[in-house]
Design a binder for this molecule. Structure first.
Ligand code: GLU
Length: 302
């Protein structure tokens, strides 16, 4: 398969879409991102990597971080985590409060904000690490240093009123053990992690290999990796899961920084980045790039 040629063609095909999406302006530093930028990387099971555009430019991964947080929460709590958060698509915006109230404090899934706050709460152990989710991402990268952008984290922390509302609503239903402010702060630091498309393809390798990092160390069990892929497919791109299954056909997790990490179990990870978002909050050009990729390679879970 001429992956390099396919990526070159995709980078050309998506040019007309660059600049058309809207950047995430509710997190001030992200509001200044250039929607015309694009990067893409693919990492195969054998470790070979192919890139196009700004594949090595570190960007704010935002909700892509929820995948790693979930893996850690499942590792710590096993099936017990599913008493606190569901596994169903929400059909609502990622930061909606409505369902949480009507469903008595149990978030639909760990990929929406409410669910991610529960999994963050679940990994914040008394006396434990300050940022266990970031440490887990570093484990998935075989120890490659992982840092977050202070400016992005501080700016979001100062304006994250909806997440504060969600955290306190969860607390009111008894589904948050830690202080809501501690959960919110840890959530914004992990969201502000900066990684490139190539980095994320490597960090997500455990989802392709059934739990093994690029260097072969185990960070989760094969059945847990399978389950995380399933949740990415049904809930990883918020209220666009159906269209992603139809157009892309891969488990994927997006972030409002414009990144999308997608997985073909047993074959590859592919990551795209373009800050312009579509109305559902997913990268406009990135989504088209992924659709072109599965079309041109003929490879999807379907
Ligand atoms: N930190 C962002 C928030 O909590 C992440 C949103 C996203 O990337 O979907 O709103």
């Amino acid at each position: 398969m001429d992956y390099q040629g396919i990526l070159r063609e995709i980078a050309h095909e998506i040019q007309p879409l660059l600049g058309q999406g809207a950047v995430a302006d509710y997190i001030p530093p992200l509001a200044t991102e250039d929607p015309n930028r694009f990067g893409m990387a693919v990492r195969l099971l054998d470790g070979s990597e192919f890139v196009a555009g700004e594949a090595d430019h570190p960007f704010s991964i935002q909700s892509v971080s929820k995948v790693f947080r979930l893996a850690l929460a499942m590792d710590i709590h096993g099936d017990g985590i599913w008493r606190r958060v569901g596994r169903e698509a929400s059909g609502t915006a990622f930061n909606s409060l409505v369902q949480l109230e009507t469903e008595r404090g149990i978030p639909r899934n760990p990929m929406i904000s409410a669910g991610a706050l529960v999994t963050m709460d679940a990994i914040l152990q008394p006396g434990g690490q300050r940022d266990p989710g970031i440490a887990f991402i570093q484990r998935c990268l075989d120890g490659q240093p992982v840092a977050y952008d202070d400016g992005v984290a501080d700016a979001e922390l100062a304006t994250t009123h909806r997440n504060r509302a969600l955290a306190h609503l969860l607390k009111s239903f008894g589904n948050l053990n830690n202080d809501p402010e501690d959960v919110i702060a840890a959530h914004t630091r992990e969201s502000a992690v900066t990684l490139s498309c190539r980095d994320l393809c490597r960090a997500g390798a455990f989802l392709v290999t059934g739990g093994l990092t690029p260097a072969g160390s185990r960070v989760t069990e094969a059945r847990q990796a399978k389950r995380i892929n399933a949740i990415m497919l049904t809930s990883g791109v918020y209220d666009e899961a159906g269209d992603y299954a139809y157009r892309v056909g891969l488990p994927a997790k997006s972030g409002v920084g414009g990144g999308v990490l997608a997985v073909m179990p047993g074959q590859f990870t592919v990551c795209v980045w373009s800050p312009g978002l579509n109305p559902k909050g997913n990268s406009l050009a990135g989504t088209m790039a992924l659709e072109l990729f599965t079309t041109m390679t003929g490879v999807s879970v379907f």
